[in-house]
Design a protein around this ligand. Sequence first.
Ligand code: ZN
Length: 106
Amino acid sequence: MKEIKLYTRGIGQEFGLGCFVCGIKQKLMNNISVFVPSKEEGEEVEKWFKGSYLDFRPREPNWIQLKIGACDKHKDYLTKLNTLIASKINISKEDVDNVCKVEEKE
Ligand SMILES: [Zn+2]
């Protein structure tokens, strides 16, 4: 499975995102901003996360961030995801699915 190199800037809050676990939208979401190596890879990773969006600015092509959100109920998943990205660096869709999978067992 393809892996993409991601770098997390840590957990914050952001408007206009959906929850990557359940898809719900709140006004203000818990979020992590993740640096991606290129626009192409960013667009691929964007598909892995519900409700995410790629913050690509043509004037800053080397400064591409993917914004990933989580609702209050799923903030723990965001923390897990952040820890995963911080520890593993190269992330695959399978890794993301494993983080979300915990939900199904509840
Ligand atoms: Zn949620």
